[in-house]
Design a protein around this ligand. Structure first.
Ligand SMILES: NC(=O)c1ccc[n+]([C@@H]2O[C@H](COP(=O)([O-])OP(=O)(O)OC[C@H]3O[C@@H](n4cnc5c(N)ncnc54)[C@H](O)[C@@H]3O)[C@@H](O)[C@H]2O)c1
Length: 351
C-alpha cells in the first residue's frame, strides 16, 4: 500500500504521517509546498524511515502533480494541504481560494485522470480522502450539534474555501464515480501545532510571561480533539468508510475559550512551580473579538463511532497536559519558528 498525504508537513498532516508509519507497513509520500505552516522539523523522527519520502510540491502545480502521480502510483491520497488559519483568511483570503479551492480542484483533476488509468483491481481499491473542518456548518447557538446532514453555512473566508472544496469532492464522486470520502473535524490541539492557534499561542505567551490574548469575552465554544485521536480517526475512515460518505470527527469536549486558557494557566502553575509569572491567570488579556467570530461549534460523531468503532482516547484534561508538557520539552522546535518571521502578533483584524 502506498499513500500520498498532502500537507504532511503541517500540524495534523505530520501527526498522520507519524501515525501511519508507526501503525502500518505502508509507504508514505508526503507532498507539501512548505508554506509558513509546513515544517520538516515535525518529521525528524521519521525522516530516515525507508517507508517515508518527501516531495516539495504545490498542489496548484498541475504538471508537477501529474508527474508525481505517474512516478509514485499511489493506492490512496489523503488530502490535508490547505491554508488553515481563520485570522489569516480575514487578512488575506486569496491564498485560501488559491490553495483550498483551486488547489483541491487541480488535485481532483489529476487524481481522476490517474485513477481512470489504473487497471481494474487497483482502481477498485483506490481511495481519495478529503480532510475538512466542522467550520463549514457555520455557527451553533447554545444547543444542538453538527451532524453530517447539517446544511453548510460557512462564515469566514477560510470556512467558505473549505466548504467549496468539500462540494468539489462531493461532485467528483457523484459525477465521475471518483472514490472519495470526506471527514469534517472539530478544533485540534496537541504537539507540533504552529503557535498562531489558541492553545500553543497561549502556552508560549504564558511561558514568556507575556499577555495571554483571549478574543472578546472568551465565551466562544469549540469541541476540542487531540490531534493523535484525529489521525487515528482519519486512518479509520480511509480503511473502513463508505465511498461518497461524510464522517464528522469530534472529541465530545466542548470548552469555552476562556476555560481553555484558564486550564493552560493552571497547568503552567503546576508544571513550573518556580516561575515568576505565577499565577499565570493574571496574564490573561481580553482583546477585540475576531470579526464574524462563530459562537459555538460542537460535533455529533455518532456515525463514525457506531459505523467504524472509532473513539477518542484522550479527554481534554489528559490531552492538554500532554500538550503543555510537549511545548515545555521541545523549546528548540518552537524557538526556531519564533526566531523567523512570526512573533505571535495579533492577526485577523481586517485592517
Ligand atoms: N487544525 C484544525 O483544528 C483543523 C480542524 C479540522 C480540519 N482541519 C483541516 O485539516 C487540514 C490540516 O490542517 P492543519 O491544522 O494541519 O494545517 P497546517 O496549516 O498546520 O498545515 C497545512 C499544510 O499544508 C501545506 N500547504 C499549504 N498550501 C499548500 C499547497 N498549495 N500545496 C501543498 N502544500 C500546501 C503547508 O505547507 C502545511 O504543511 C486542513 O485541510 C484543515 O482545513 C484542521
Amino acid at each position: 500500500m502506498k499513500l500520498i498525504i498532502t500537507g504532511g508537513a503541517g500540524f495534523i498532516g505530520s501527526a498522520l504521517v507519524r501515525t501511519v508509519l508507526a501503525s502500518t507497513d505502508w509507504q508514505v509520500v508526503n507532498v507539501d509546498k512548505l508554506t509558513y505552516a509546513g515544517n520538516l522539523d515535525s518529521l525528524v523522527s521519521v525522516a530516515s524511515d525507508p517507508h517515508y519520502k518527501f516531495a516539495q510540491l504545490d498542489i496548484c502545480d498541475g504538471p508537477g502533480l501529474e508527474a508525481l502521480l505517474e512516478a509514485e502510483r499511489p493506492d490512496a491520497i489523503m488530502h490535508l494541504a490547505a491554508e488553515s488559519h481563520v485570522d489569516r483568511s480575514i487578512d488575506g483570503p486569496s491564498a485560501f481560494i488559491e490553495t483550498n479551492v483551486v488547489g483541491t480542484f487541480n488535485l481532483l483533476e489529476k487524481a481522476l485522470a490517474y485513477w481512470r488509468s489504473l487497471p481494474a483491481g487497483t482502481r477498485d481499491r483506490f481511495r481519495f480522502h478529503h480532510v475538512s473542518t466542522d467550520e463549514v456548518y457555520g455557527s451553533l447557538g447554545p444547543q444542538g450539534l453538527f451532524r453530517e446532514d447539517t446544511p453548510y453555512r460557512p462564515n469566514s473566508p477560510y470556512s467558505a474555501s473549505k466548504a467549496a472544496s468539500d462540494h468539489l469532492v462531493r461532485a467528483w464522486y457523484h459525477t465521475y464515480g471518483f472514490p472519495a470520502l470526506i471527514s469534517n473535524c472539530s478544533n485540534n490541539y496537541g504537539p507540533f501545532q504552529f503557535p498562531e492557534k489558541l492553545v500553543p499561542l497561549n502556552i508560549l505567551r504564558g511561558l514568556e510571561g507575556r499577555p495571554m490574548p483571549v478574543y472578546g469575552k472568551g465565551e466562544n465554544v469549540r469541541d476540542w480533539l487531540y490531534v493523535e485521536d484525529h489521525a487515528r480517526a482519519l486512518l479509520t475512515v480511509l480503511e473502513g468508510g463508505r465511498l461518497g460518505e461524510v464522517y464528522n470527527v469530534g472529541g465530545n469536549t466542548e470548552r469555552r475559550n476562556i476555560d481553555v486558557v484558564n486550564a493552560i494557566c493552571d497547568l503552567l502553575d503546576e508544571m513550573l512551580p518556580g516561575s515568576a509569572h505565577r499565577p499565570h491567570r493574571q496574564l490573561i488579556s481580553f482583546v477585540a473579538d475576531r470579526p464574524g467570530h462563530d459562537l459555538r461549534y460542537a460535533i455529533d460523531s455518532t456515525k463514525l463511532q457506531m459505523e467504524l468503532g472509532w473513539r477518542p482516547r484522550e479527554n481534554f484534561e489528559t490531552g492538554l497536559k500532554k500538550t503543555v508538557n510537549w511545548y515545555l520539552d521541545n523549546r528548540m522546535w518552537w524557538e526556531k519558528i519564533l526566531s523567523g518571521r512570526y512573533r505571535t502578533e495579533r492577526l485577523g483584524m481586517s485592517v
